[in-house]
Write a protein of this length. Sequence first.
Length: 224
Amino acid sequence: MSSRIYVALDTPELEKAKALAQKVRHHVGGIKLGLEFFMANGRHGVHEMAEIGVPIFLDLKFHDIPNTVAKAIQALRPLNPAILTVHAAGGRAMLEDAKAAAPEGTKVVAVTMLTSLDGDDMTAIGLKPDPHEQVMRLAELARSAGVDGIVCSGEEVKAAHAAWKDGFFVVPGVRPADAHVGDQKRVVTPRSAVDAGASILVIGRPITQAEDPDAAARAIAATL
């Protein structure tokens, strides 16, 4: 299979993103473009990135009323992303409409809980301070609503995979054992995430800020 690594190009600068993608394109499974890239470069920028010839993970995390989310995803259809994200907390109808609106080959994955949140953050927004319980509840909602999978931290992916054997599991907040954690609160190594059931790994700074991004991508791939 192709590499499980999707590199997060979290930059608003199109030329910088293109240069990074060109460097790593032979040793990653795809590239993830997020809000900062999309707001700066729009659909035109995504088209330019797609011309590099690697799958695109469009990480815009839609969360709105079902009709709005469906129309937003329909507007993205010409981009034909490999993967796109919605928030599981948008509810069943929103998840169902998001999947129905997406291009046939696009995997729609539901974000369960941002990896930047911990128990204190959850209490502050009115949830029980148990990330695992919240992720499992939203994973079941996503599965029953018919989307392809979820985004969850490496700490929850094992249990989620056990409950949803054919789900597609995106694990962000992945850091090689020797890397700086940054602003993520719940992190795991690439190998442990894959062993636990991750379908793809989203890795940003350990690759994009390395002196040699391609060598960094190859080194991480070798641990898998």
